[in-house]
Write a protein that binds this ligand. Structure first.
Ligand SMILES: [Zn+2]
Ligand SMILES: [Zn+2]
Length: 356
């Protein structure tokens, strides 16, 4: 289910930045977990919504695609509301930016989310699929040129069977210390060693394929599973299929799906809509028709006395989604005869006399 960030903050889509800020402040106070009636889950939701909607770029992405592509951090960044916990630079393989931390410490709000483990870029590609495949789901295989983990060494950068030796940069500790200035004096901050990626060990001989980088630039075949019922413009996120970085987290692949329009069918949510022209006499007397649907031919009974634009609803022949299906809506149009024969005119004259 897509998250509705506007809903979470209780503001309309047209809300100004100021409105969003006000709504956030109010709700953050209300749900703050330190309060007696706080609600941590709600507090996190509100935070997440604010992170997106208070950022012009993210808000635009969210409005357009229903999600954002900020990469690591993003929504999780804000942690400094009222209290500040869990700061332990030595515990994680994380490079902290003290500027950000002090902003949070002093209630500067927002920001954060930067730093963290190195992460490869996200990639976005587009595919176009026929209408019917979008309704029932499909797969596509695409070739993407990108930086991936080296398959020869599985990303380690070491030659197979090579002995490991102690990393000289960090003396095998996996971390290096750095002095940083701050308003409180000089801090020593530890961060993960770039050379060994925190393992403290480096290979004596490097992998010949990637020259020890652990990553290579190559073309990769990627199989995309398009779920049934996907809508035009939807985005599929494939976690870990983006660009790899040495000793870091691989980015994600975003697939923007375009659905080609169909000559016969269109969609209204989970319902399929089609038009069916019938003769004037059939509209008056009723009839049976064989209709070609996405599920094959079906027999449809058209009741007598139908009017122009009336819709027949065929249950369960619409778009599948999560184990159920929408309906097929057949919009009837009545073909009026352009020319009337002498005999037809006479017959209609007699209808007229009957008051029709
Ligand atoms: Zn390699
Ligand atoms: Zn090292």
């Amino acid at each position: 289910m897509k998250k509705d960030y506007y809903d979470m903050l209780g503001v309309p889509k047209s809300a100004s930045k100021e409105d969003i800020k006000k709504a956030f402040r109010k709700l953050a106070h209300k749900y703050h977990p330190d309060k007696k009636d706080g609600d941590e889950a709600k507090f996190k939701e509100v935070n997440e919504a604010y992170q997106i909607l208070s950022d012009d770029k993210k808000r635009a992405e969210y409005d357009t695609y229903g999600q954002t592509f900020g990469g690591a951090g993003g929504a999780q960044g804000f942690d400094g509301f009222g209290g500040f916990g869990g700061f332990d630079p030595s515990s994680a393989g994380v490079e902290f930016d003290l500027g950000d931390i002090f902003d949070q410490f002093f209630g500067g709000g927002g920001g954060g989310g930067r730093g963290g483990m190195r992460r490869g870029n996200d990639i976005s590609i587009g595919i176009e699929i026929p209408f019917t495949e979008a309704v029932f789901g499909t797969t596509r295989t695409v070739l993407v040129t990108k930086t991936s983990a080296c398959s020869s060494c599985e990303g380690t950068g070491a030659k197979k069977g090579a002995n490991m030796k102690t990393c000289s940069t960090c003396n095998g500790k996996g971390k290096v210390h750095e002095a940083r200035r701050s308003p409180f004096g000089t801090f020593s901050v530890s961060r993960t060693c770039d050379v060994c990626g925190g393992t403290g060990q480096i290979p004596e001989e490097v992998c010949a394929t990637c020259k020890g980088a652990g990553v290579v630039r190559d073309r990769e075949e990627i199989r995309i599973v398009v779920p049934e019922g996907i809508e035009d413009g939807a985005m599929i996120r494939m976690s870990g299929k983006g660009e790899a970085v040495p000793r870091g987290t691989t980015g994600d692949l975003y697939v923007n799906v375009r659905v080609m329009p169909d000559k016969t069918f269109s969609r209204q949510g989970l319902d399929l809509v089609m038009h069916l022209p019938i003769k004037l006499s059939d509209a008056l007397l009723g009839t049976h028709r064989t209709v070609v649907t996405l599920d094959g031919d079906i027999d449809v009974t058209i009741p007598a006395g139908i009017s122009f634009g009336e819709t027949l609803r065929i249950r369960g022949k619409g778009v599948p989604s999560r184990g159920s299906r929408g309906d097929l809506l057949i919009k009837l149009t009545i073909e009026m005869p352009k020319k009337l024969s002498k005999k037809a005119k006479d017959l209609i004259e007699s209808l007229k006399k009957e008051g029709m």
